[in-house]
Design a protein around this ligand. Structure first.
Ligand SMILES: N[C@@H](CCC(=O)N[C@@H](CS)C(=O)NCC(=O)O)C(=O)O
Length: 211
């Protein structure tokens, strides 16, 4: 049985969405970061970083949202959510996953942290300009990668699109305008996937467990 440790409005949404894409049965265990549950001894034994998401399945304890999404897709090749290992498209898939996590998400999250997430005494207003510059560069690269195509890799949706679109949606939630109509259209189209809508409902329902 798969258990996903997560919380609404966090990167665990990526895994929730991935689980819905593959049609897995899973248990969603909410870890309330606002109540420091990520720092409990039990949770730290699972993930020493105290961060979400974490996925467990039998002896497996897996962290890092992109690694989890790829693992789930690899386990369900019939869903065609990741290219086969050793193919050119798998290499391209890896490229885009690493790009999203290291180039696109990082400056965006830096802006978010210094806008609202960090305790006020740790926020540095000047960081916005630098991170904004870096985010804009990453946005241009993503635009270029999607030129003339509907998906980042091959001719259908993969977990690389899931990661990219969830990150672009974060930008919208953070009210950070990347100024790309092309990326808005890409996000809007993929955001309508039924699995994403189901994952949203699960996340919304789980809010009851946080009271
Ligand atoms: N690179 C990790 C980042 C995980 C991460 O930073 N998660 C946040 C929630 S979105 C978290 O749990 N933060 C709690 C903390 O920093 O203590 C991933 O993609 O899974």
């Amino acid at each position: 049985m798969i258990t996903l440790y997560g919380m609404p409005h966090t990167r665990s949404f990526r895994v929730l969405w991935a689980l819905e894409e593959i049609g897995a049965k899973y248990y969603y265990q909410v870890v309330n970061l606002a109540k420091e549950e990520g720092q409990s001894a039990d949770f730290l034994a699972l993930n020493p970083s105290g961060k979400l998401p974490v996925l467990t399945e039998g002896d497996l304890v897996l962290t890092e949202s992109a690694a989890i999404c790829t693992y789930l897709a690899d386990c369900h090749p019939d869903k065609h959510l990741v290219p086969a290992v050793g193919t050119l498209d798998r290499a391209r898939y890896n490229q885009w996953c690493y790009f999203v996590l290291s180039e696109l998400e990082q400056p965006l999250w830096t802006m978010g942290k210094h806008k609202f997430a960090l305790p006020k005494e740790y926020r540095v207003r000047q960081v916005q300009k630098t991170a904004g510059f870096e985010f804009a560069r990453a946005v241009r690269v993503l635009e270029e990668g999607l030129k003339g195509r509907d998906f980042l890799v091959g001719d259908h949706f993969t977990m690389a699109d899931l990661l990219a679109v969830q990150t672009l949606n974060w930008a919208a939630v953070f009210k950070i305008d990347h100024g790309s109509l092309q990326l808005d259209a890409y996000r809007d189209r993929i955001w309508q996937r039924e699995a994403r809508l189901r994952a949203h409902l699960v996340d919304e329902e789980s809010k009851g467990e946080m009271a």
